[in-house]
Design a protein around this ligand. Structure first.
Ligand SMILES: NC(=O)c1ccc[n+]([C@@H]2O[C@H](COP(=O)([O-])OP(=O)(O)OC[C@H]3O[C@@H](n4cnc5c(N)ncnc54)[C@H](OP(=O)(O)O)[C@@H]3O)[C@@H](O)[C@H]2O)c1
Ligand SMILES: N[C@@H](CCO)C(=O)O
Ligand code: NA
Length: 438
């Protein structure tokens, strides 16, 4: 056998990975040279559906990360600790690392990549974004000739699955979330999915690759889907939209005030539920499917589509990373950092303020049924340079009237100022929802 794999974790993705490694027939011949040498889990007495070679299973994960026999450590336990420490121990022991852990990479990427570069080992993370979709390698290698302008993704399978079933069945949020957990799509703590944090980790990683600099996770604006209601899905539908949790990173034309230098272009980076026109390619990405739309020069638009979660698709990405490393180890006697596989970012991207974002908005108001209320809304928006595309009175609830507004492209800061004033108006009962429109 050629290369010894130390697998940390044998849950959804770990078991999917082991399954591929244990059945190499009909796959790339390089797989024949990969050996599952050790597998680390929390509880070795737990019954496993997989038949592993004897004495492979252990609960001593540190021993795997530092074992001189192991060539590649594959971290699939998830969470921040002990995942981060184990990755750092593996690097310090001269091992290449494959991980599906976007949470660790988006928070500790600088520490991990600096340690890896100093030690001359690779950190591969194809499974961390878009599951089986080969988006990391596409950005690192295949699109290297392009100037990337925009990356827009549906990158969380759990929330896409929930929104799709809410849309098609009028299903209840909690019931659909339980199904997503059962199917192995959700994170151990599904709040990471539902509150948009998982998507924020992923867009931080994608933006870093697309724009060639580090991204501080705290700079990613993030809203989840808890506040999306059946009513909004219904109104959006009538207006020609579906609601999707989008993760968006865009190079802003605006330059920094200090010197107006092109080098200082700002990046806008955000995750939020978004009204997407039914004719947009991302609108038909449903269920656990993910898609990433990239716009670059000269390639134009490119969309990658596939399964973003689940054992098999995610393991497909993990094993392809293992194979990339094995291929290098096989062909180079002294591995040198492969310029298209390693990460050498030296600076942080500058991030645009949310107030500066230019976007369309959808807003739903519950108002008292008093004369002139639509006029007051329109005047207030107008005073703040918010131009409206449509204002529709959509229903009456007792003595309250429901009004839905869709704006043209406006500055986020102007829109929010108008909303603050409207909220304080006597004739406004409440603002039921505000969504951005793609
Ligand atoms: N699930 C997906 O569809 C998916 C898709 C893309 C990326 N990912 C990422 O892949 C990683 C793994 O996710 P998963 O869904 O496979 O997780 P999982 O099903 O919860 O499996 C976690 C595995 O790690 C082991 N483990 C966890 N903490 C441990 C600790 N402190 N010490 C020793 N072993 C520990 C568990 O051991 P026991 O078996 O003994 O409990 C289990 O085998 C995460 O980073 C996740 O974000 C998941
Ligand atoms: N919980 C994640 C798993 C894949 O990263 C999702 O639902 O997309
Ligand atoms: Na991927």
């Amino acid at each position: 056998m050629g290369f010894k794999i130390g697998l940390l974790g044998l849950g959804t993705v770990g078991a999917g990975t082991a399954e591929i490694l244990l059945s190499p027939d009909g796959r790339h011949p390089l797989l024949q040279e990969l050996e599952i040498y050790r597998v680390g889990v929390r509880d070795i007495s737990r019954p496993r559906s997989l038949q592993l070679p004897e004495n492979v299973l252990t609960s001593d994960l540190e021993a795997i990360a530092t074992d001189p026999e192991v060539d590649i450590v594959v971290e699939l336990i998830g969470g921040l600790e002990p995942a981060r420490s184990l990755i750092l121990q593996a690097i310090a022991s001269g091992k290449h690392v494959v991980t599906a852990n976007k949470a660790v990479i988006s928070r500790y990427g600088e520490e991990i990549f600096e340690a890896a570069n100093a030690k001359g080992v690779y950190i591969m993370l194809e499974a961390a974004v878009g599951g089986g979709i080969p988006v990391i390698q596409t950005l690192k290698q295949s699109l290297g000739a392009n100037r990337i302008q925009t990356v827009i993704g549906i990158v969380n399978g759990t929330t896409n699955y929930i929104l799709t079933r809410m849309q098609t069945e009028g299903a209840d949020f909690a019931e659909v979330l339980a199904d997503a957990q059962q199917l192995g799509y959700a994170e151990a703590d599904p709040a990471a999915d539902v509150d948009g944090l998982d998507a924020a980790d992923k867009i931080a990683i994608l933006a870093s690759l697309a724009f060639g600099g580090r991204i501080k996770l705290a700079d990613v604006y993030c809203e989840g889907i808890r506040q999306v209601t059946a009513s909004d899905i219904d109104y959006a539908d009538k207006l020609g939209f579906v609601i999707k949790l989008l993760a968006i990173a865009q190079k802003n034309c605006q330059t920094t005030e200090e010197n107006g230098d092109k080098e200082n272009e700002l990046i806008s980076i955000r995750v939020h539920p978004t009204c997407v026109s039914k004719t947009h390619p991302l609108a038909s990405v449903n269920g656990v499917y993910n898609a990433i739309l990239v716009e670059g020069e000269p390639i134009g638009q490119l969309m990658l589509y596939g399964r973003g979660a689940g054992a098999g698709p995610t393991a497909s990405a993990v094993v392809s990373d293992i194979m990339n490393i094995a291929a290098i180890l096989k062909t180079e006697t002294v591995p040198i950092p492969h310029p298209l596989l390693s990460c050498n970012h030296q600076h942080y991207c500058q991030i645009a303020k949310m107030e500066e974002l230019v976007t369309r908005f959808y807003a739903r108001f519950l108002t008292r049924d008093t004369p002139g209320v639509i006029g007051k809304l329109g005047t207030c928006f107008g005073n703040h340079k918010v131009s409206l595309q449509s204002v529709v009175q959509t229903g009456i609830h007792g003595d309250l009237v429901e009004i839905v507004v869709v704006s043209h492209d406006v500055k986020e800061g102007n829109f929010q100022q108008a909303i603050a004033e409207i909220r304080a108006m006597e004739s406004i009962h409440s603002i039921a929802s505000i969504l951005r429109v793609l």
